[in-house]
Design a protein around this ligand. Sequence first.
Ligand code: ZN
Length: 155
Amino acid sequence: MSEKQMNVESFNLDHTKVKAPYVRLAGVKEGIHGDKIFKYDLRISQPNKEHMEMPALHSLEHLTAELARNHTDKILDIGPMGCQTGFYWSLINHEDYDDVLDIIEKTLKDVLEADEVPACNPTQCGWAASHSLEGAKELARDLLAKRGEWDQVFA
Ligand code: ZN
């Protein structure tokens, strides 16, 4: 593996050393007015061992994007990783790590209660055929079962 420092924070993370699931503060950016963006790495699947299937991941993205905003007004973005092993949660002016874990927990509990995937139609989504509510619930269930391990990033 290269020792060279890279521009992207997660490219400097040794993915063979982490233990999913976890929530890790991946970076903080401060704007000129003092506002701070906190970017969290919510790793769901163990890197290079497993990954989320696209329909389940996609539905979990829609569900968490919509439902998390019922618990906080600090969400900037919840974006899936291209490797399909997790999501980046970006929050503005929210430094409290434990509260972020609570927001994620509440959001995932809402996912379990959902009757449908929000906005999974060709008007509101770019790949409306690729969804699985049951798949998203399974991911949420597995994550919640390991709630006590989320603050442990490395094995
Ligand atoms: Zn979509």
